[in-house]
Write a new protein. Structure first.
Length: 166
């Protein structure tokens, strides 16, 4: 059992120990610091990524809350606009109804005035026609009565007696 791999000799053991020491020295001087530096960078990058992800999640929550607030605000504004539009339309309808009623009353009043005016005009025309007819009849009667001199003188005398001087 003299296998050099299982039972190494003293020289082999010494050189293995020296080689191992040089390897540890080289790794300790240049390898481990670079490896640890890379690990620290990676750890920092992971921590930064986690922090960024947490910030992004918080911002998303804030944005979601903000969006919900904006949505509520928009719904309130829409409801307010609809309510104002409804009130405005009702006011316009009421104003139009009032104006229509006023206009109808004015038209009825104008029609009454026109009817009264036409009635008075017709009565005036009728009175004028009656007066003209009366004058024509009186004229014809006077011509008939005054055609004879004696009856004309007696008519004049009678009329003078009826007239009272003030």
């Amino acid at each position: 059992m003299n296998n050099p791999l299982i039972n190494p000799g003293l020289g082999t053991f010494f050189w293995m120990l020296v080689s191992f020491g040089v390897l540890v020295f080289i790794l300790g001087k240049w390898g481990w610091p670079m490896l640890l530096k890379s690990l620290k960078k990676r750890e920092q990058a992971i921590a930064d990524s986690l922090n960024a992800a947490e910030k992004a999640r918080e911002e998303m929550l804030q944005l979601t809350a903000h969006n919900e607030d904006l949505l509520k605000e928009a719904k309130l504004e829409r409801d307010e606009l609809l309510r104002n539009a409804r009130l405005t339309s009702e006011k316009i309808i009421e104003d139009a109804r009032a104006k229509a009623t006023e206009e109808a009353d004015r038209i009825v009043e104008n029609a009454r005035e026109s009817i009264n005016y036409e009635k008075l005009k017709a009565m005036h025309d009728l009175k004028n026609q009656i007066a003209n007819l009366s004058i024509e009849i009186a004229e014809k009667l006077m011509k008939a009565e005054l055609s004879n001199k004696q009856s004309a003188d007696s008519l004049i005398q009678r009329e003078l007696e009826n007239v009272h001087l003030n």
